[in-house]
Design a protein around this ligand. Structure first.
Ligand code: TXA
Ligand code: MG
Length: 325
């Protein structure tokens, strides 16, 4: 059982024996971080309550914040949650891919109640990517996995990010290189027959609406039905200043489109103003600028359409003052 006692964290290569070892560790109730197309997840066998509890401990995550359960195929998903016709339509259109569906827990659901954090629902997702799929198949169980960062910090898009955050707290990291999408999945819930956007993410709202029709918007003011949607999430150490045209003295700058003149650290999310490229780079560039020690990271204005909505959502959270609790 992993505890906050220091444990040796193995870095496993993207090879047959690396995946086999990752699957073995999961089967033994250990925590293994693994790559998905969105970000690295911190995985545990979703059926093993002790292993799932260890995720919350390793991340320092409040236990009222439920976890996404990852599946290899639709059959595994249907053992966890009840698919309405609309949920099935969305799964067929977008899985495997960066979409999480919040479903009513099936009466046969074998996942620990802890993944649902006391709710009657369960969040399910079929990730894309050979490595995640092979791992899920070899482990032979649904894998509960939040993003593999310490709670409240920037999500990891490379194995080295996970290592920095979680070394000594988890059994292993399966290294699959950088994540293709770079932003967490879009989370959709259902209010009766109405689909509700619970979290902007790596699948653009417009794409989902082409299949589902209009999504109702979940606002912060409502009772949080997706409890992870707390502000001050995704926070780097530095302060974050949004919609900046250029850096002020001493600021690091995160550009989009044309780069302004800067004497300090500057990275450009996408010189061509490509939102997909910007999404892929966002967390990695925030980490790089943060590690250079500037007190403030100023960020260029990002358009709100397509993946821009998810990018701006993460940036606004990063810019929110952190609570010390
Ligand atoms: O792309 C992703 O979604 C990544 C990769 C690893 O799959 N995972 C991820 O997990 O971002 P996490 O735990 O950092 O975020 C999960 C989100 C949270 O906002 C949580 O509140 C919400 O999903 N969620 C999970 N279960 C839920 C439920 N039963 N009802 C409502 N929201 C739920
Ligand atoms: Mg997270």
């Amino acid at each position: 059982m992993p505890t906050l006692e220091h444990i040796e964290t193995e870095m496993l290569a993207d090879t047959g024996s690396g995946v086999a070892e990752a699957a073995r560790l999961l089967g033994a109730g250990q925590l293994v971080a693994f790559p998905t197309e969105t970000v690295y997840g911190l995985g545990a066998d979703a059926r093993n309550g002790t292993a799932v509890a260890a995720i919350f401990e390793a991340k320092g995550r409040p236990s009222f914040n439920p976890l996404i359960v990852h599946v290899a195929d639709l059959e595994m998903a249907q053992e966890l949650g009840i698919f309405t016709p609309l949920a099935m339509k969305l799964a067929k259109a977008f899985w495997p891919g960066p979409l999480t569906l919040v479903l009513t827990r099936s009466p046969f659901c074998l996942a620990s109640d802890l993944v649902s954090a006391g709710l009657s629902t369960i969040a399910v997702r079929m990730p894309e990517g050979d490595l995640a799929t092979t791992l899920l198949k070899e482990a032979g169980c649904p894998i509960a996995a939040p993003s593999a960062n310490r709670s409240g910090e920037v999500s990891p898009t490379e194995a080295s990010h996970v290592f920095e955050d979680m070394r000594g707290r988890i059994a292993a990291v399966l290294n699959g290189g950088p994540c293709r999408v770079g932003l967490e999945s879009t989370v959709i819930g259902f209010d009766g027959d109405t689909p509700v956007l619970l979290r902007h993410g790596g699948l653009a709202r417009e794409e989902i609406e082409r299949v589902s029709g209009p999504l109702a918007l979940h606002t912060e003011a409502e009772r949080p039905s997706s409890p992870g949607q707390l502000l001050h999430h995704y926070a780097p150490r530095a302060l974050v200043r949004l919609d900046a045209a250029s850096p002020r003295d001493g600021e690091a700058f995160l550009a989009f489109g044309e780069s302004p003149h800067s004497d300090g650290p500057l990275l450009n999310l996408s010189p061509d103003r490509n939102l997909k490229e910007a999404a892929t780079n966002l967390f990695s560039f925030m980490r790089q600028l943060d590690s250079q020690g500037a007190a403030t990271i100023a960020v260029a204005r990002i358009p709100e359409d397509g993946l821009g909505a998810a990018i701006n959502d993460r940036l606004r959270r990063a810019a929110e003052p952190r609570s010390d609790t």
